[in-house]
Design a protein around this ligand. Structure first.
Ligand code: S3P
Length: 425
């Protein structure tokens, strides 16, 4: 089957993690924070809605992807009149919980069916150790959560998981705590919270996989431009790297070393990816990526690499099916507690397309090179699953029937339009 090469230029939407944090820190800063290239994905809109409900005025100029947050300072939030709805967003739920744990009011947090199954014990434990009163209303360790604001004390938390959501929840609570707050992780996770807290005027020191926050008196409004999301670029990087004749330039992609694991892995698999015009934008490393089509070979992915590509593992699993030889993904049990169980859902969908995939306790073993064919795919309303299977379809020349495929709006509302654009140049 002849596959259409990906040609031309593309810009992907703003980074989801940074967009969330920009709303949160902007709300807690004094003055008006201006954010350009804000991601208009449903997850980030949930964060905006929550902060509006907490009394913060936020202007969203969606046509320009610009938001203005009229921050009221660290102690400017007010009690919401109803339950805060975090939608599908784990980042909203976990990070906002750290902030709410220290407010002079009580509130409840909820979300969609997926959020109500995701583990919140991982933030309840450290926040409780800081003095927070936070509980799972159904006593199952998941949302809905009840949070009664308390006076907090800084701790040194040794997190059992490398999770930026856990680290950020604790550091944001630390903004209000007496004394220093330190989080140490098994491996460093994405460090956007640390970088952005520094930009907004707080003191954060990092040492290997530890980050320590000194509580500031105030945060100060900033003007930021969010880099393109490498997690969104990942779908097009994969397709271009595997379709011969492709030559795709993806402009303005965030290449923070805590996020660029996919580039390092694909290069070790033989991909032709060049970073051009490397620069720093709003405190984050940014580059344009030139991807030329070629062949990939299998690899082994585990350990410290996992947090640097955790959200890309579904699309990497797709790539592995088209690579020569075996790919082993291990140390990735965290995939089971994402928007869906991404080990099970990817193994099921890829197998139904004809791939040779074995699900393991903490990852997958994929023997590449088998021909794939179209199938009915259940996205389980997981945006990264839906986009991964759209690319699997492109790579095998037959689009699968992706059930619930419009869930891409969570992180990449124009995904299908961009896919059309780069395949019809
Ligand atoms: C995120 C951290 C990651 C990632 C998620 C976004 C963040 O989750 O999977 O999509 O913005 O902090 P964990 O920190 O739980 O690994």
């Amino acid at each position: 089957m002849n596959k259409t090469p990906l040609l031309g230029e593309l810009t992907v939407p703003g980074d989801k993690s940074i967009s969330h944090r920009s709303v949160m820190l902007g709300a807690l800063a004094k003055g008006t924070t201006k954010i350009e290239n804000f991601l208009q994905g449903a997850d980030c809109l949930s964060t905006i809605d929550c902060f509006r409900a907490l009394g913060i005025s936020i202007e969203n100029h969606g046509d320009k992807n610009r938001i203005l947050i009229h921050g009221k300072g660290l102690r400017g939030l007010s009690a919401p009149h109803s339950v805060l709805d975090c939608g599908n967003s784990g980042t909203t739920t976990r990070l906002i919980s750290g902030i709410l744990a220290a407010q002079p009011f009580s509130c409840e947090l909820t979300g969609d069916a997926s959020i109500k199954k995701r583990p919140m014990g991982r933030i309840i434990t450290p926040l409780t150790a800081m003095g927070a009163d936070i509980s799972s209303i159904n006593r199952n360790g998941c949302a809905p959560l009840k949070i009664r604001g308390r006076h907090l004390t800084g701790i040194h938390y040794q997190s059992p998981v490398a999770s930026a959501q856990v680290k950020s929840s604790v550091l944001l609570a630390g903004l209000y705590a007496d004394g220093l707050t330190t989080v140490t992780e098994p491996y460093p996770s994405r460090n956007h919270t640390e970088l952005m807290l520094g930009g907004f005027g707080a003191r954060v020191e990092t040492d290997g996989s530890s980050a320590t926050l000194t509580p500031p008196n105030e945060l100060f409004a900033q003007e930021l431009t969010v880099p393109g999301d490498i997690s969104s670029a990942a779908y097009f990087i994969t397709a271009a790297a595997l379709i011969p004749g492709s030559e795709l330039l993806i402009k303005n992609v965030g290449v923070n070393p805590t996020r660029d694991g996919i580039l390092r892995v694909y290069q070790s698999m033989g991909a032709d990816i060049t970073r051009l015009h490397e620069r720093t934008g709003s405190g984050e490393p940014v580059a344009d990526l030139l991807i030329r089509g070629g062949r990939l070979c299998g690899t082994s992915i585990g350990g410290a690499l996992i947090p640097a590509l955790i959200d890309e593992l579904p699309i990497i699993a797709v790539a592995a099916c088209f690579a020569e030889g075996e790919t082993v993904i291990f140390d990735a049990a965290e995939l089971k507690v994402k928007e869906s169980n991404r080990i099970a859902v990817m193994a099921e969908g890829l197998s139904s397309m004809g791939a040779d995939v074995t699900e393991t306790e903490d990852g997958m073993i994929i023997r590449g090179g088998r021909p794939l064919k179209s199938a009915v795919i259940h996205s389980r309303l997981d945006h990264r699953v839906a986009m991964s299977f759209a690319i699997a379809g492109l790579l095998c020349g037959e689009m699968p029937d992706i059930k619930g495929g419009d869930c891409v709006k969570i992180s990449y509302p124009d995904f299908y339009d961009d896919l059309k654009k780069v395949t019809s140049c």
